[in-house]
Design a protein around this ligand. Structure first.
Ligand SMILES: [Cu+2]
Length: 122
């Protein structure tokens, strides 16, 4: 009986550990999911946000600032834009993509964890 109880407890913790691992993995997946936002047209722009967004020509993307000081500047590809810097929570920057192609962008102070690619299709 005592043996059964310790067997149960060990398995209970083993299952608990598995649940914790799967939960944290899911969080990491969400975190890295480039479309983890309201929509492809409305993206949150704050630390640790990176996106690969596919839209159709003529569509507009709006980025909304979270906390911190950020800019949003194109670094290559078809279109160029530069939001300038803002530290205002809720600040928005929009760009309408009028040409088919691919454009990359970054936040200059956080280029290692705030960046994106917009793919504009016909
Ligand atoms: Cu930034």
């Amino acid at each position: 009986m005592k043996k059964n109880l310790s067997f149960f407890i060990r398995n209970f913790f083993y299952v608990l550990l598995l649940i914790l691992i799967s939960c944290s993995k899911e969080s990491i997946d969400d975190y890295e999911n480039p479309n983890d936002n309201d929509s492809v047209y409305n993206l949150i722009w704050q630390s640790n946000t990176s996106y690969e967004t596919t839209i159709q020509v003529g569509e507009t993307i709006t980025w909304t600032w979270g906390g911190g000081t950020h800019n949003l500047r194109s670094t290559g590809g078809t279109e160029s834009f530069d939001s300038g810097y803002s530290s205002t929570y809720g600040f928005t920057f929009s760009h309408t993509f009028t040409e088919i192609g691919v454009t990359t962008y970054v936040c200059d102070p956080h280029e290692d964890h705030m960046y994106g690619t917009v793919i504009v299709t016909e």
